[in-house]
Design a binder for this molecule. Sequence first.
Ligand SMILES: C[S@@+](CC[C@H](N)C(=O)[O-])C[C@H]1O[C@@H](n2cnc3c(N)ncnc32)[C@H](O)[C@@H]1O
Length: 245
Amino acid sequence: MNKQPEVIQAMFSAIAGRYDLLNHLLSANQDKAWRRRGVAALNVPPGGRVLDVGAGTGDLGIELARRHPHVGLICAADFALPMLHIAQDKFAQVAPTFRRHFRQDAEATMFACVGADGLRLPHRDDTFDVVMSAFTVRNFCDLTAGLREMHRVTRRGGQVLVLEFCKPTARLLRRGFNVFFRHVLPRVGRWISRHPFAYDYLPHSVEDFVTRREMEELLRAVGYGNVRSKDLTGGVATMFVATKG
Ligand SMILES: C[S@@+](CC[C@H](N)C(=O)[O-])C[C@H]1O[C@@H](n2cnc3c(N)ncnc32)[C@H](O)[C@@H]1O
């Protein structure tokens, strides 16, 4: 499977305009619930700094700011700039709302966008209270190197959140997954995104990816402790939370 960074970057750049629509449509809006569940599992200190790796159009950061209105900085990093441009517009729209409804007595949350490769982040060691990533690490050409980089920029005692589509292990689920992922999703995705292979790539990238247990092991191997995981929507997506000890 071709996971060369330039190919992945070009693919997400090309589908940026239709990404949110397809996400919500193909997951029957479950993606919103998955992000909500993910950020609800985090402890964010007042004024805390959060990095979103592969932030795409910014929804995970917005969800985090909604759930933890006292957060200080949300830094959205992605190497597909058209995705980040959409995130930037959304941040500009929601920031005043957060200020009015949640932050009357405190300093406003700062949103920042950084064009960066998740495997070579431009941040110093131990910078962020939370490093999070939704549906991105599956696209890394080197998963261990990407997780190691996330660990490097997490401060001691800080948390990591990963949301991903792991390879399902239950046979029944795998069968249902295969029918939808191999036959329905690529057709609808190709039709709406008008991209020749982005939505063929998606099911293959899931089949090629690690299982929930393997992902837990990798998080431990790069240095995280207290690794917990939870299947969402019957295991269609999985969330992982761990701490840098
Ligand atoms: C499936 S989208 C997920 C976007 C967003 N996190 C969400 O929840 O909708 C994957 C994103 O990760 C980005 N991405 C993939 N590999 C990356 C890498 N090595 N460095 C930076 N961004 C990457 C892509 O450009 C894309 O925007």
